[in-house]
Write a protein that binds this ligand. Structure first.
Ligand code: TRP
Length: 455
């Protein structure tokens, strides 16, 4: 029976271990690198507000749904979907939802790894004192960044290193080394962000930074910004591709899924907001453009590290922690594929990792070159990196999430989701069910309609 079934890939040692792993998956480049730059590109406050609404109304209910489905299925998302569909007497083609997630995970990891590679390289740049220059520090840091991303060889090197690190962790099984590492890395990252916020307070533009983030000006957003905000809610919470589903499949019985989801989403949101509060004052104090794109944190934080006392240590530590945050996220992007390879092809975890890793690495070269030798190559008006980011975060994740909500709300038997969620109070369960049946899918649908101009 599903009640006592265990995943063949192992289980988390405790409720706390799951919270750490899921938070590790959620907190990553999405919070510290992506959230600030897309907030900058989309005008600040109003965008942040839409993002927060999406986390609450779409993200949290879907996170509960994904975790619950994973724990009930106890397999890779592809096989879990097949089992759950069968149990519900539904069509087994629901397992294509698992496939969609596997493909989405590969695509995301291919560029995620390149950016994480930037972060590794910045550890060494900080350590070697490269953030200190003669003359104008803004200019110096900008040149450092432009020179770096202009070099395909350097980017390939750091991207390769990050992919190797990811696969080294995944080989051991995500419950192995990572559980321990994340335990102290997450709190350290949080503490260091607080230090950066402290610096931002003294930058002279703290209030301006806060206003930018929290004073909504709705004339600054349109359908595309709303889509980006919603897409980011999925991205930052690791939803819509099976990552949380596969983590849920390693979750022991008896743990409250609703409670853990609130904790994970709360921690994730706190980290993103802190990152924004730390970065925007630096942007304004140095007359930089908030909308300068994916280079934003690499062009702002080093200025601060170059000016503050102890900057060499703080800078180095910060980028080290960022790399670990990225690592605890990247493994969840590839775990569904690896779990499926092991289940269905009877190959060792090691072999599965080698193949999955190689494929992702190769795909990642497209992103590497989109910042230099192929920067003029555009498809649908976008570079390869921009296209991958748009396709995955704005389209594939919301589509995946939509179907997760529909499955949990409409296809799964009420009795099964009730049993699995074990929410003691009936109104709380009913609220969740109402959200996944109506609110989350309708919201995703309306945002899509709005962007294609039907509304
Ligand atoms: N949430 C991570 C971040 O914010 C990225 C990530 C990990 C992810 N696993 C995912 C995004 C699954 C979407 C789906 O950096």
């Amino acid at each position: 029976m599903t009640e006592t079934k265990q995943s063949i890939h192992g289980a988390w040692s405790s409720r706390f271990a799951f919270i750490l792993a899921a938070t590790g998956s959620a907190v990553g480049l999405g919070n510290i690198w992506k959230f600030p730059y897309i907030t900058g590109e989309n005008g600040g406050g109003a965008f942040v507000l839409v993002y927060l609404l999406c986390v609450a109304l779409i993200g949290i209910p879907i996170m509960i749904a994904e975790t619950m489905m994973g724990r009930r299925g106890r397999q890779s998302p592809i096989n879990t979907m097949q089992t759950l569909a069968r149990d519900a007497g539904a069509d087994e083609s629901w397992h294509y939802l698992g496939w969609l997630g596997v493909v989405t995970g590969f695509l995301i990891l291919s560029y995620y790894s390149v950016i994480a590679g930037w972060a590794i390289s910045y550890v060494f740049k900080s350590l070697s004192g490269s953030f200190y220059g003669d003359g104008d520090s803004v200019d110096h840091i900008a040149k450092l960044f432009d020179g770096f991303i202009g070099s395909p060889m350097q980017l390939v090197f750091w991207h390769s290193l990050f992919m190797l690190a990811t696969m080294a962790v995944v080989v051991r099984g995500v419950q192995g080394g990572l559980e321990k590492a994340v335990r102290f890395l997450m709190p350290s990252l949080f503490a260091l962000l607080l230090v950066m916020v402290g610096y931002a307070m003294s930058s002279g533009a703290y209030q301006q930074g806060l206003d930018f983030m929290f004073d909504p000006d709705f004339s600054k957003i349109d359908g595309h910004s709303i889509l980006t905000a919603m897409g980011h809610a999925f991205f930052t919470l690791s939803l819509g591709m099976g990552a949380i589903m596969v983590y849920g499949s390693y979750l022991p019985k008896g743990v409250s899924i609703a409670k853990t989801s609130f904790i994970v989403a709360g921690a994730d949101t706190a980290v993103a907001l802190l990152a924004g509060i730390a970065i925007f004052p630096i942007v304004f104090a140095n007359n930089l453009e908030p909308s300068s794109g994916p280079g934003l944190i690499f062009q702002t934080l080093p200025i601060a590290f170059g000016q503050m006392s102890g900057g060499l240590i703080f800078g180095t530590l910060f980028f080290i922690l960022l790399v670990f945050a990225a690592l605890s996220s990247s493994i969840s992007l590839i775990e569904p594929a690896v779990a499926w390879l092991v289940e269905n092809h009877n190959i060792t975890r090691k072999k599965a990792c080698v193949w999955a890793g190689l494929l992702t690495w190769l795909l990642g070269l497209g992103t590497v070159f989109s910042f230099n030798i192929w920067s003029d190559f555009k498809l649908f008006d976008r570079t390869i990196f921009n296209l991958l980011d748009y396709l995955t975060a704005n389209l594939l994740l919301p589509i995946g999430g939509f179907f997760v909500a529909v499955f949990a709300g409409w296809i799964m038997l009420r009795q099964h989701s009730e049993e699995e969620l074990e929410i003691g109070s009936a109104p709380a369960y009913d609220l969740w069910r109402f959200l996944v049946r109506y609110v989350s899918p309708a919201a995703v649908f309306l945002v899509f309609l709005n962007v294609v101009g039907v509304l």
